[in-house]
Design a protein around this ligand. Structure first.
Ligand SMILES: Nc1ncnc2c1ncn2[C@@H]1O[C@H](COP(=O)(O)OP(=O)(O)OP(=O)(O)O)[C@@H](O)[C@H]1O
Length: 385
């Protein structure tokens, strides 16, 4: 850590309870605030537990599942996840879930026994970051996957971002529908385009803010001998360029003008072609001065880890508390030196780390005390080292 970082507070989950979540009818894990290793064969339900923890943050969780998908297929419908924490405000109890038959509606959130207005309130108590095998192809995959990855980074910093992006996507869908309707009233289109433009600029501005802060932190802490190479990141898109060079209200007006001018083209395409829903996060390998997509598989993995670590540090710096880090199957794909470097980095930050793996030996070289559990459907059996 640099001198500019005051030590972030460790916020740890001391006890996690699930009911009717994926393959777990019930589950009770007492961690004592230590790092956690979830060990078990394929299909035991390890990732499901990390996914349950990820629901203790705003947004859709680490698999982007719908709420009904989370409830146990053989169960009555509805699910809950709750946790006892020790952190920023001393002890806290937070929980979320859906009730039987209400899976399609919103999820409920409870904090210290009272209903909270939205999932955003969870961020006052806990921030969460994660790394999963599905993120491996991020740099060579679709721009949409990178946007969703970026939106997740923004959400961990700015809890309102999820609502903003959802509202923007809803407004875009309304515009696309209106364009399709023959003879739709242009005044309706004007009104919807005003909303689209406002939400588009707010979405792009929040992304630019996080990318700017993350780039600055990476530049400030960069070390060319690091096990995790530094990434060079930027956002590409018409609107992003305009916002960086000008003022948000002007960009909103300009975008509204473009939407009006391009109605016929968008009508023919059946969608709105331009806007932040078409932007891309570009990532380069700083030391090699090469686009990430052109790096080897191992280099891409190290780059992604470096990015996730830098983001965890940014979250800690901005919120004052270290995020809980969920690492799904990360150990199995790293050489022992990098594995150790990753844990040490997260420990320095103060993060409670939740890891999964099929082989207990993967966790033998971990510094610090780790609570190990043998996982099977509905059971978490404490294990000795
Ligand atoms: N809604 C659901 N209801 C019941 N079971 C489910 C539900 N969703 C997923 N499962 C089951 O959960 C199991 C997968 O759990 P999970 O992905 O957590 O496994 P894992 O222990 O991480 O395995 P791996 O090591 O292969 O990644 C599968 O057997 C799957 O069929």
């Amino acid at each position: 850590m640099t001198a500019t970082d005051s030590a972030p507070l460790r916020v740890a989950i001391h006890r996690l309870r699930l009911t009717q979540f994926r393959n777990h009818p019930t589950l009770d894990i007492v961690t004592g605030g230590r790092d956690v290793a979830l060990i078990g064969p394929n299909g035991a339900g390890k990732t499901n537990i990390l996914e349950a923890v990820s629901m203790l943050a705003p947004g859709r969780g680490l698999r982007r599942a719908t709420l009904p998908e989370l409830s146990r297929a053989e169960g009555p419908g509805g699910w809950t996840v709750s946790a006892d924490l020790e952190g920023a405000f001393g002890e806290a109890k937070i929980g979320t879930g859906t009730e039987q038959g209400e899976g399609e509606g919103g999820r409920k959130v409870r904090i210290n026994g009272a209903n909270a207005p939205s999932a955003g309130a969870l961020s006052d108590h806990l921030r969460i970051v994660w790394l999963t095998p599905s993120m491996d192809g991020l740099f060579s995959g679709s721009a949409g996957d990178r946007r969703r990855f970026l939106d997740r980074l923004v959400l961990a910093v700015d809890p309102d971002h999820g609502t903003r992006v959802s509202a923007f996507e809803r407004a875009l869908r309304s515009r696309n529908r209106l364009l399709e309707e023959p003879g739709s009233d242009p005044r309706w289109l004007d009104a919807v385009e005003r909303e689209v433009a406002e939400l588009a600029v707010a979405t792009a501005a929040a992304r630019i803010d996080t990318v700017g802060r993350l780039s600055a932190l990476i530049a400030e802490t960069r070390d060319d001998d690091d096990a995790f190479p530094h990434a060079e990141i930027s956002l590409g898109g018409w609107m992003e360029g305009e916002i960086e060079g000008g003022n948000a209200a002007d960009v909103e007006d300009a975008y509204r003008g473009r939407l009006r001018d391009l109605r016929n083209r968008d009508r023919a395409a059946g969608r709105t072609i331009e806007g932040p829903h078409a932007s891309d996060l570009s990532v380069g390998h700083g030391r090699k001065q090469a686009p990430a997509a052109r790096c080897s598989t191992g280099e891409q993995k190290a780059l992604l880890l470096g990015l996730v670590l830098a983001h965890a540090r940014l979250v800690a710096r901005l919120s004052g508390s270290a995020p809980v880090a969920l690492l799904d199957e990360v150990s199995a794909h790293l050489d022992p030196q990098r594995r150790r470097a990753l844990y040490e980095r997260l420990q320095q930050l103060g993060s409670q780390v939740w890891m999964t793996g099929a082989d207990p030996a993967l966790f033998d070289s971990l510094p610090g005390e780790t609570a190990r559990f043998a996982i099977s459907s509905g059971h978490a059996e404490p294990m000795q080292k």
